[in-house]
Design a protein around this ligand. Sequence first.
Ligand code: SIN
Length: 348
Amino acid sequence: MFIITASQVQAQDAAQKAKLANVSILATGGTIAGSGASSTTTIGYTAATVGVQQLIKAVPELSKVANVSGEQVFQIASESMTNDHWLALGKRVNTLLAQSNVDGIVITHGTDTLEETAYFLNLVVKSRKPVVLVGAMRPSTAMSADGPINLYNAVLLAADPGAAGKGVMVAMGDQIHGARDVSKTNTSTPDAFKTLDLGMMGYIQGGKPYFYHVSTRKHTADTEFDISGLNALPQVDIVYGYANMNPVALDAFVAAGAKGIIHAGTGDGSLAAKVKPALSNARKNGTLIVRSSRVGQGIVARNGEANDDELDFVVSDTLNPQKARILLMLALTKTNNSKDIQRMFYNY
Ligand code: SIN
């Protein structure tokens, strides 16, 4: 009979831990950290109440797939995310990923602006190590809360060497999505995250990620954007296209100092007759104008619904308005040249 001593058990544990990847979990709040009055409360709960250590403790299985550490970077509902939060988060992610003892990062986040934070990081993270955003559509106290399994999958993904170099990813509902192309498509159901026309990256099943598709657009270490010396981003606002649209919101944004405007136009980014002169004037006075679309899928064609060459406008390609805003802010930290910015919209 063999007797295993306590020190042998400790040595086995240490050897086991040494084989696992080190994953930092950065918590920012949201429904994944939310709590409700009862197990059936799936709306009307409070987001951002549960701390990162409690989130980790709720999923003891994490210790089998990675050495996880937790850091509470913010505790907010994601509709209140600001450019300042993004700059702070991006810098923290870059600092951690530069350390040899960090193999990947998971960011827990509210779902409302998760796609925006993911795309911002996709453009500013200077590393090929995996970065995965994760949220939940049901609060942690709900029956069938989706947070724990989503967090487990996100850590699995961030710990997987096969996830390196693929850009920032989103792990929701057993699926892997690319930051550039994913959107929240439902107000409340657990399957809200979809990459509608360009296709998701893959699945997480049986404790393993399976990849099928990656974006051809540049990301992370291959972008020209560097936030290390930035304390603010240029003001860029979105004006929404609709029947009977008027230029009041556009004029107000420009008067308030907007350096760029995303026009979330109808159809293929079309411009209402009442609004086109105001957009043209804004451009002549130095504000960058990007024609995007409120439709949510498809390319906005350059010189299609408007003569962009003549108006000196940029088109968003397939980026939705909220992601076009992020790229334009970062573009404006490098240049005011519309041709150069158009190149960026076709590259990223
Ligand atoms: C939020 O975005 O913080 C609230 C909604 C959610 O996380 O699902």
